[in-house]
Design a binder for this molecule. Structure first.
Ligand code: NAP
Length: 247
């Protein structure tokens, strides 16, 4: 059974993706950082539906914890064939002139360094150059990388710009090694992340300004991620899929 790792698989977009990947027949590793109960709920829901999943705690911004997580995955004895780099953070809405170095570095450590570290460990295992069987990676960026998130979180938007560039560069590096690397850019999706920005009802406040006049559901993002990981997307690499309702 092929293994799929979903970072931040315990809530929001990651949870929806983990559940759909389990339905596709993957053994799903649900990574989380702090909320064990949420991770266990996802694992139990997958198992109740006849799927296969386990939870692994690791802060993706911490190199040793990432390495330990991949070592734990190695011990499962099956190939890692899919990575969804999804875990991401943002902080309270604020203009750039009030951002501290501490906050900026926290955002970049999780949203950028974390993605790089998980890509590095996945490539070492998937690459034909290392005897791997190939695989696929999807990076979860954001429409914010195009829009800049002014007066809200330019630090977060910039971190997603880095994710976009990571996708382009890594896709080219590993295209001949049996690994496809793609990116999704969600817009306003109903998850708990907006509460971290200080506005739990943000999607409903701005949805009427969107071309489709509605926010997106995590499941709608998950469907695109699952497709990009699948053989149906076998000639797709270095691509960006906008999931922002036309924005
Ligand atoms: P969410 O509901 O806030 O969930 C975040 C997930 O990431 C949780 O499972 C959390 O686990 C995990 N996480 C946070 N920091 C972590 C760390 N250092 N190491 C490992 N796991 C960590 O977020 P979401 O809205 O689903 O967002 C998922 C991704 O979509 C993010 O990359 C986000 O930037 C992107 N996105 C979201 C939206 C949106 O409107 N929601 C729009 C565009 C892009 P714990 O609970 O255990 O900490």
């Amino acid at each position: 059974m092929a293994i799929a790792l979903v970072t931040g698989g315990s809530r929001g977009i990651g949870r929806a993706t983990a559940r759909q990947l389990a339905q596709e027949g993957y053994r799903v590793v649900v990574n989380y950082h702090r909320n064990l109960d949420a991770a266990n709920e996802v694992v139990e829901a997958i198992q109740a539906a006849g799927g296969n999943a386990l939870a692994i705690c690791a802060d993706i911004g911490d190199e040793q914890q990432v390495e330990a997580m991949f070592t734990e995955i190695d011990a499962l004895g099956e190939p890692l064939s899919a990575l969804v780099n999804n875990a991401g953070i943002l902080f309270t809405q604020s203009p750039l002139e009030k951002l501290t170095a501490e906050r900026i570095n926290r955002v970049l450590t999780t949203n950028v360094t974390g993605y790089f570290l998980c890509c590095r460990e996945a490539v070492k295992r998937m690459s034909h150059a290392h005897g791997g069987q190939g695989g696929a990676i999807v990076n979860v960026s954001s429409a914010a990388s195009r829009l800049g998130a002014p007066f809200e979180y330019v630090d977060y938007a910039a971190s997603k710009g880095a994710v976009d560039t990571l996708t382009t560069g890594l896709a080219l590096e590993v295209a001949a090694q049996g690994i496809r690397v793609n990116c999704v850019r969600p817009g306003l999706i109903y998850t708990e992340m907006h509460a971290d920005g200080g506005e739990p009802g943000r999607v409903d406040r701005v949805k009427d300004a969107l071309p489709m006049r509605r926010g997106g559901q995590p499941e709608e993002v998950a469907q695109a991620i699952v497709w990009l990981l699948s053989d149906k997307a076998s000639y797709v690499t270095g691509s960006f899929l906008e999931l922002a309702g036309g924005r």
